[in-house]
Design a binder for this molecule. Sequence first.
Ligand code: PEP
Ligand code: MN
Length: 355
Amino acid sequence: MSNERLQELRGQVDVINMQILELLSKRASIVTEIGKLHTSMGNEHYDPEREAHMLQALEQANKGPFSNETIKALFREIFRASLAMEEQQARAKIRVQRKSKDERTVITLPNGAEFGSGTFQVVAGPCAVESFEQVDEVAKALAARGVKLMRGMAYKPRTSPYEFQGLGEPGLQIARQVADKYGMAICSEIMDQSQIPMFLDYVDVLWVGARNMQNSFLLRALGKVNKPIILKRGAGATLEEFLYSAEYIVSSGNPNVMLIERGIRTFEKWTRNTLDIGGVTVLKLETHLPVIVDISHSAGRRDIANPLARVARASGADALMVEVHPNPPVAMSDAKQQLTIPEFNSMMDEVMQMA
Ligand code: PEP
Ligand code: MN
């Protein structure tokens, strides 16, 4: 008898479960509509005041047996799930978001080097162009190891205005001349949209530094450029903010964007920044754009370059970026992190044997 009663009660619970499920699904589709309205009006999806009102109303209506705290905890879980769904739907609409597992952007440089096609590339060069001889010495070593994209940095956004700021246009001329000599392409950091025509005369890839990641005017202007763009993650930027910055460029007309993780600011002091390698693997899931790992600015030291290079490759990134200088201790910038040419060769030995 009591067994029959148990079955009957369980049956009632099963029906209620299905009713709750149906209501949750109905609620979710209404929330999706709300999410679309928020997006079209440019609003934040999370509205804490609205959430507080809903919880208050539930508390007032609650007649037990669940305590108010339990009811609020349960509904908070529903709100959280709905918000996550709304945000995911909003992201799914942006162009840089990967829509299917095998969607990928492949960027081909004028010398044929491919980024994003599954081969592992190395981007390297001095922190800054200092002289023809300095760049030439590094370039010769890079070309000998098959590097196809060299740093040709002529504008250096330094922390202090009293430090070396780069050679400017003459630096770009040196980089171009040397790169042509060794069949390499060059990338260089652009500071302002007014420099675009001049940069187009010299470089193959325009580079936006961490400090400019959210300069939307610059990003939009680079969307009108017919050359690939490298975008660095800001030191305090979330991955979502990083992707929205890439979206500025892509939605303005330039689909050829590569992302660089360069370390984020944390409380850790033994490295210059904290390399967010988990973030790299998430980026590889979330976006179809090529991802590069900067093992120099993230670490700020040269003694861990080899293990970081291996980690970069193992993370599934499309390339690593490293600074190389003929004589790092006398470098005009980033002396502590640039590799000597023998150190660069040792790093290449390690990373290339991983294939
Ligand atoms: C650089 O790579 O030259 C550089 C300045 O790094 P970041 O923009 O990441 O600080
Ligand atoms: Mn540097």
